[in-house]
Ligand binder design. Structure first.
Ligand SMILES: Cc1cc2nc3c(=O)[nH]c(=O)nc-3n(C[C@H](O)[C@H](O)[C@H](O)COP(=O)(O)OP(=O)(O)OC[C@H]3O[C@@H](n4cnc5c(N)ncnc54)[C@H](O)[C@@H]3O)c2cc1C
Length: 435
């Protein structure tokens, strides 16, 4: 029997029976930003990489489509500077709350550019995965990873199903990168669990036609209230997409279960209705879709003897702002770097460095961000914080730099200390009020 495998829309054949086995150095589960980045960095170093992706690209992925300067650096490093020039460039953030509005340009930074892009994920993800393919990665679309077989050395094979033919394909490799996104079935089956005490994000979005689609500022609304008037810990966004539409959405950052019950579809409709009329929003392109944002490195363990989790599967989203694309590229690249050494030396124990290296890069910053989310989960504190910030324009630029993780090292450490202080103050405040 012949198993048919779809390769970025092209049909190829692999001879064998329904239990076809594909061998490679590294198997990557998921072709989104984290998987595509891992595959690109491994393939361009000459390793044999197989990616399985359950959808057929181009596919929609629920997202705000916002690329910050951090993401731009990663995309440019993968040779996608020309692609980015075809996308909608923006210069910074317009923050709006309590009838005030400030335009805050992306900061000057030694490492990052002073611009970002809005890029529909259907287009962006295909561009990155195609790049991995050009570098030599084998990509099987419409193939779903179902389960991982394990032994003493970690994963021994990943069972996948060809969603066109129903045939089974077994992927056997030395190492595995789990890049499945927020619904990480295989990762969970390997024991990865989320720390419930850490914040979880929820977000929803759709596209509306607008006369202001070419604007060079993305908008963030920080004083959201639900229909009962209660402050919502999160923000609404309007991201002009440069193609006649804007990505309009609403995100909720919280560690409180009560916010998870909020009817986000209804709140998004209210947000659109209350938006400035100059947006001239038309009917949505499709009913809003939502998703979870696993954040703050809340998932563990993220590595085993011969596998690593990257991107949302490792909860790498920044809790300050819900940004996950850049961190997906960064964790995919980090994992590929460690795998490069492990493949070159034949020493699988090197994978033990992955959680450590990830923590070294992000843990302190994310601890502060997690504390920030706890802070804004108190409606009064959230409201008071936004109110004060909106009355201190000089504060807004550094706050945006902190939240987008765009501070140079030394000042980042200073601001982290400030946030730690703020969190301690908040705890003392609640103890004295309720204790
Ligand atoms: C509403 C919303 C708005 C957001 N807005 C932004 C934003 O503006 N900017 C930003 O930076 N981040 C944003 N994020 C976060 C961002 O979308 C994620 O952090 C990012 O997509 C993570 O990339 P990933 O590769 O880890 O996972 P994903 O992008 O989810 O990719 C995972 C891929 O794996 C595939 N897959 C899953 N399971 C299997 C399987 N078993 N077998 C084969 N394939 C599988 C999926 O089909 C998918 O293509 C937003 C998230 C949401 C929900």
């Amino acid at each position: 029997m012949v198993a048919t495998l779809t390769l970025l829309g092209t049909l190829i054949s692999v001879n064998g029976d329904p239990e076809t086995e594909i061998k490679s150095d590294v198997t990557v589960i998921g072709g989104g930003p984290s998987g595509a980045a891992a595959a690109y960095w491994l393939a361009m170093r000459g390793f044999d990489v197989t990616v399985v992706e359950k959808k057929v690209f181009p596919r929609d992925k629920t997202c705000g489509d916002g690329l910050t300067p951090r993401a731009v650096v990663q995309l440019e490093a993968m040779g996608l500077a020309d692609f980015l020039k075809t996308q909608h460039r923006y210069l910074g953030l317009r923050t709006i709350a309590f009838n005030r509005s400030y335009e805050i340009p992306w900061p000057r930074h030694p490492e990052f550019p002073e611009y970002g892009y809005i890029s529909r994920r259907s287009i962006l993800d295909q561009a990155v995965l195609s790049r991995a393919q050009e570098a030599g990665a084998r990509v099987f679309m419409h193939h779903e990873a179902l389960s991982a077989e394990t032994g003493t050395g970690g994963i021994t094979a990943v069972a996948t199903r060809n969603l066109d033919s129903g045939e089974s394909v077994n992927l056997v490799s030395k190492f595995y990168v789990l890049a499945e996104g927020s619904n990480a079935r295989v990762s969970r089956s390997l024991g990865a669990t989320r720390d419930q005490a850490k914040p979880l994000g929820l977000a929803i979005r759709t596209y509306h036609p607008t006369a202001r689609a070419d604007e060079e500022w993305v908008e963030s609304h920080l004083d959201l209230r639900d229909s009962s008037g209660a402050v919502i810990p999160g923000y609404g966004w309007i991201f002009p997409a440069g193609d006649g539409s804007a990505n309009v959405g609403f995100g909720l950052l919280s560690n409180r279960s009560r916010w998870r019950k909020l009817n986000t579809t209804r709140e998004l409709q209210r947000f659109v209705e209350l938006a400035d009329r100059t947006w001239t929003f038309g009917e949505p392109e499709f009913p809003a879709t939502g998703g979870k944002l696993p954040m703050g490195l809340a998932i563990s363990p993220i590595a085993g003897r011969n596998y690593m989790m990257v991107g949302d599967a490792a909860a790498s989203i920044n809790p300050f702002n819900g940004e996950g694309i850049s961190y997906a590229y960064e964790t995919g690249r980090l994992a590929a770097g460690i795998l490069t050494q492990a493949l070159a030396t034949g020493d699988a124990s090197m994978l033990g460095a992955y959680p450590e290296q990830l923590r070294a890069r992000l843990a302190l910053y994310y601890a502060v961000a997690n504390a920030f989310v706890r802070f804004i989960s108190e409606p009064k504190l959230m409201s008071a914080g936004v109110w004060s910030a909106m009355r201190s324009p000089a504060l807004m630029a550094p706050v945006v730099s902190v939240m987008a993780n765009l501070l140079p090292g030394s000042s980042a450490a200073q601001v982290e200390r400030i946030y730690r202080f703020a969190n301690t103050a908040r705890e003392k405040l609640s103890q004295s009020r309720w204790g």
